[in-house]
Write a protein that binds this ligand. Structure first.
Ligand SMILES: [Zn+2]
Length: 232
């Protein structure tokens, strides 16, 4: 387990969400020498409109696509938790699974989906954000939260910052002007999700969004987050 370490842990509900949310910033971090690890919580086996592709087959395809995207971005490792798509719940078991990974990788920064987005929001996105936030504080921090993890040698860990993508309360914009093309390239790896005919439209929409996110900043393109620095 000695080699397992990350500066940044990205906890994402489905294959492709992290590319939409944080890929430009990921490349920026990788270029700074930071090690970024992805935790993909579900296998994405229901994310299709094509009834001919069965869930088992789709899960395999989406795993390969996620690995390809991660490689483009320079992500060090991708951990697939393999939960069923649309199947996440805020359970003690899932929370502990995330705590275990935080204590193994010991990141300074965690990035995940904002659980507080209102109204139409995928349930898996809401749950991943909530469970990850709770895992960071207090469960990963507290020594007696999981005596059995302690026995395994997984000591408490204090994450310094948690960043949420898709937030309605953006308080941090990161410069992705130089990395936006790789974000698009990584997104194009998710072929089963993003139809060929939709690519041009999607890229236009993403660049408009990135441009408006950067309004008032010194740079042209941005990803927006709610960034919470933890006081400890
Ligand atoms: Zn998703």
């Amino acid at each position: 387990m000695g080699e397992k370490r990350a500066d940044v842990l990205v906890v994402t509900p489905h294959p492709d969400d992290a590319e939409f949310g944080v890929a430009g910033t990921v490349v920026h971090w990788v270029r700074q020498g930071k090690e970024v690890v992805y935790i993909v919580c579900t296998n994405g086996d229901k994310g299709t409109e094509n009834a001919k592709v069965k869930p088992d087959e789709l899960a395999g395809i989406r795993q390969k696509e996620q690995l390809k995207a991660a490689k483009i971005l320079g992500v060090k490792e991708v951990v697939f938790l393999g939960h069923p798509d649309q199947g996440l719940e805020d359970t003690p078991e899932f929370r502990k699974e995330i705590v275990r990974l935080i204590r193994i990788y010991r990141p300074d920064i965690i990035v995940t989906s904002d659980p507080y987005r209102r109204y139409i929001w995928h349930r898996d996105h809401r749950i991943v954000g909530q469970v990850t936030l709770d895992a960071v504080f207090p469960y990963a921090r507290d020594i007696w939260a999981y005596p059995d993890l302690l026995e395994e040698g997984l000591e408490p860990h204090r994450v310094k910052e948690i960043w949420f993508w898709a937030s309605e309360d953006v308080n941090h914009r990161s410069d992705i002007t130089q990395t936006f093309n790789l974000k698009l390239k990584a997104l194009r790896s998710h072929k089963s999700q993003i139809k060929e005919t939709f690519v041009a439209e999607m890229e236009k929409w993403l660049s408009e969004r990135a441009r408006s996110m950067a309004e008032g900043e010194k740079f042209k393109l941005a990803e927006g987050f709610h960034r919470a620095e933890i006081w400890w």
